[in-house]
Design a protein around this ligand. Structure first.
Ligand SMILES: [Zn+2]
Length: 388
């Protein structure tokens, strides 16, 4: 997997020169950068476990030339330049697109959403958000960032995060992130952006216009005027179209001539309501808005693109937190946290491209993430037995 990352994904230069800011480095940056990525791929969850593993196995089995303590990793991550990791991930995505990693017919989407991680009760850092109880007493802190992910293209690849402090806002961070991502990926990489209702504000929609991406955003009560107009128009009307989606039956109402609200500089707003009938009788209804034209994006595709937003929740936040340890702080310093979040996404990217595309060549089935993880651990154990 290290060879795959270094050669097939062209990450050799990155691992050797990852933006190391140490003045007198004793341990090669190539060891430390790979150690951070390997720790995520193996789901170690802590630098202590990585230190132990590197010391007790032959370091070679992990792809390391020497072992080191968790203090060396902390010192390294505090001084690593996050911008170098970001640029590298954008380059890897562009390479993946050239190599036809994404589904040919797909619209490539960029989903944006925010989350909180890294709960602590220790001394706060500049990125800490206080958590207060009902009496306004601070009971602890956590950390917030906005993440961006490639979605809608058959493989979910989150690739950047933008942190924001307590006096900043989620959607301001979202605007910075979307601009930076399109700047790094180039204007023709993606076909649309997609976001939840909290990003459905004029400034955010205008940011997507600025980077020339049509945007699809969830429509909720935070836009009361448009919500009411959509309700008045669609309720009692027969659906515009209906179709099968997996096991579910979908009804769609779709119209492109709603008035923009005062702050929004669009000529008109297209809105869609879908009603998803599950086999067990449950019905899910949701409304979405977009500036995508009906001729370029038929109702059925609009529905699919809206659904692609779930990927950043399920294959983004949920996997990164529950499987790869993004929930926990490795080292409580702002730059280290950003670096570790980005390294988690890089490791996820390497793991997914390797497992879902590379190992899946020819007639090989796709391994689950757990099967690949088990395989890696078995290999480590065998290598350890052989050398021991
Ligand atoms: Zn903090």
């Amino acid at each position: 997997m290290r060879n795959y990352a270094r050669h097939t994904l062209a990450l050799t230069t990155f691992f050797d020169h990852p933006g190391d800011g140490r003045v007198y480095p004793e341990i090669p940056a190539s060891d430390l950068s790979w150690a951070l990525v390997a720790g995520v791929i193996l789901r170690l969850g802590s630098a202590n476990r990585l230190e132990w593993l590197a010391k007790s196995s032959n370091g070679n089995d992990l792809g390391l030339t020497r072992s080191f303590g968790d203090d060396a990793l902390a010192y390294f991550s505090e001084r690593l330049d996050p911008q170098v990791i970001r640029r590298r991930m954008a380059e890897t995505l562009k390479l993946a697109k050239c190599n036809k990693v994404f589904e040919e017919t797909a619209f490539i989407g960029l989903a944006i959403d925010g989350t909180g991680v890294g709960h602590t009760t220790k001394q706060p850092c500049p990125l800490c958000h206080p958590i207060k109880d009902s009496n306004n007493n601070v009971t602890g802190y956590n950390h917030h960032f906005v993440m961006i992910s490639v979605v809608g293209a058959g493989i979910t690849l989150p690739f950047d995060v933008e942190p924001y402090a307590a006096d900043d806002s989620e959607y301001a961070a979202g605007k910075r992130l979307l601009k930076r991502a399109v700047n790094l990926l180039g204007p023709r990489f993606a076909n649309y952006s997609v976001a939840d209702a909290k990003f459905a504000t004029a400034p955010f929609l205008h940011t997507s216009d600025q980077v020339k991406l049509p945007i699809i955003a969830r429509l909720k009560q935070n836009l009361p005027q448009l919500s009411a107009a959509v309700e008045a128009r669609f309720t009692g009307q027969p659906p515009t179209s209906s179709f099968q989606y997996g096991d579910d039956w979908i009804e769609v109402w779709d119209a492109n001539d709603f008035d923009p609200w005062e702050a929004l500089n669009w000529n008109n707003v297209r809105a869609m309501r879908y009603r998803q009938h599950k086999k067990d009788g449950r019905v899910i209804q949701a409304e979405w808005l977009t500036n995508y034209s009906i001729t370029k994006l038929p109702a059925r595709s609009f529905f699919k693109l809206a659904k692609s937003r779930w990927e950043i929740e399920n294959q983004g936040f949920n996997d990164a937190k529950n499987l790869y340890g993004m929930e926990h702080i490795q080292h409580h310093a702002p730059n280290s946290m950003v670096v570790n979040w980005l390294i988690t996404l890089l490791a996820l990217m390497i793991e997914r491209l390797y497992r879902i595309r590379y190992l899946h060549r020819g007639s090989h089935p796709i391994l689950t993430a757990m099967q690949l993880n088990d395989t890696l651990w078995l290999n480590l154990r065998h290598a350890h037995a052989d050398s021991g």
